[in-house]
Design a protein around this ligand. Structure first.
Ligand code: NAD
Length: 370
């Protein structure tokens, strides 16, 4: 059985160092004229939740960033806090637990809080970070419900802090190249997008299978990548959603969805066809079919080893640390006083569509989106 970690972990990439000439976007480039960079300022990032993603991806990625550094943690496990002090040199005063987190307000060394707790706690932790006056980078999915997303956006706005969602693929060069091919109509107008992500989930006692902590199952956790891909390739918002759900293991998936397919209709007429599952291996793709050709990726959403192609041939980029480019971008947004391209509103849009997917799967009817 594939663990979630091994499924997403960096695969042996072996991709050559060729960058596609003229690739729009590419890895975000920093403007050397920017004053903040001349000052060499690195913003202090504090991680909330020291689980798998924090320790295996985000902590190592912070060391690769230009504009961010590890400056604090929030953990409910004292031994993890001690480890961060001993191994990562954190100041003891920068280790908090969930009840003392708001004291970060008095810690000028922390600029940004990264929320990496289970989905059902993102709302609580984002509100606490906003009350402490810190900018927030919140992991996907943004929250359990669209209503929670709205409260998170309002809280950050009231506190005058920025809020961004951990949509790492929107900073990754292969995805950016696919976005360029779609938006510039390199092969004519895109008519169909197919996207899917799923894996066979292990341990039946984990929080991902609990409705209160996860909000839902495969759809919330990894279906959101397929949904995102359809939205960022087309640059459009779906106007109609229809979905089907099956549950072949009703015991394990008593509280959350196991397998869902969903179709999206976009205003221009593009159709999106998506799959997500917690009970089958191998779905990790993105394909776009345009008037005169096609392009896509498989694997598309892993942390490394991505493979992309178009009708014109293979698309190759140097491997990128998705989390490092994402955090550098957010640090630059804070330093330069500009909005992230993946703000809270982007997470809210996805949650509204996910809620429509669930409603359609439940009712057996297509749901129209406003
Ligand atoms: P994890 O279970 O490995 O870690 C969760 C952390 O939250 C643990 O340190 C745990 O102790 C802590 N926690 C605090 N309160 C908890 C509670 N009541 N129940 C359970 N744990 C609690 O999970 P993870 O894989 O690190 O995922 C964390 C978040 O990151 C999720 O929102 C997930 O969707 C997201 N994520 C994003 C990506 C990505 O590629 N962007 C990848 C993996 C996970």
């Amino acid at each position: 059985m594939t663990s979630r970690r091994s499924f997403l972990r960096t695969a042996a990439a072996g991709l050559g160092g060729m960058w596609i000439a003229g690739a729009a976007g590419g890895a975000p480039r920093f403007d050397p004229r920017n004053a903040a960079r001349r000052e060499g300022r690195r913003l202090g990032f504090a991680l909330v939740g020291l689980g798998s993603l924090s320790m295996n991806q985000i902590v190592p990625a912070l060391a690769k960033t230009e504009h961010a550094r590890l400056a604090g943690v929030v953990t409910g496990t004292p031994s993890k806090g001690r480890r961060m002090i001993e191994e990562y040199g954190l100041a003891p005063g920068s280790v908090y637990d969930y009840t003392t987190m708001e004291r970060m307000r008095d810690n000028a060394d922390i600029d940004v809080v990264v929320v990496v707790t289970p989905n059902g706690l993102h709302h609580r932790d984002t509100l606490a970070a906003a009350r402490a006056g810190k900018h927030v980078l919140c992991e996907k999915p943004m929250a359990n419900t669209a209503a929670e997303c709205e409260e998170m956006i309002a809280a950050c706005r009231r506190a005058g802090v920025k809020l961004a969602i951990g949509y790492r693929c929107q900073f990754e060069p292969h995805h950016l190249e696919c976005i360029r091919l779609a938006r510039e109509q390199a092969f004519g107008a895109v008519k169909i997008v197919e996207a899917g992500l799923g894996f066979r989930i292990g341990d039946p006692s984990q929080w991902r299978l609990r409705k209160d902590l996860a909000g839902g199952g495969a759809m919330m956790d990894v279906g959101v990548y397929a949904l995102q891909a359809c939205r960022y390739l087309t640059g459009e918002e779906p106007v109609r959603v229809s979905a089907h759900e099956t549950k072949t293991d009703p015991v394990k998936f008593a509280e959350v969805d196991e397998t869902i397919t969903f179709d999206l209709v976009f205003p221009s007429g593009v159709l999106g066809s998506c799959t997500t599952t917690y009970n089958a291996s191998g779905a990790n793709y993105l394909r776009a079919f345009a008037e005169r050709g096609s392009f896509g990726m498989d694997p598309a959403y892993s942390y490394g080893g991505l493979k992309a192609w178009s009708s014109a041939g293979e698309i190759r980029f140097d491997p990128t640390d998705h989390f490092a480019v994402q955090m550098d971008d957010f640090a630059r947004c804070v330093l330069e006083g500009r909005e992230s391209k993946v703000p809270g509103e982007e997470g809210l849009r996805d949650l509204r569509i996910i809620e429509a997917v669930y409603e359609s799967a439940r009712s057996g009817r297509a749901v129209t989106l406003g």
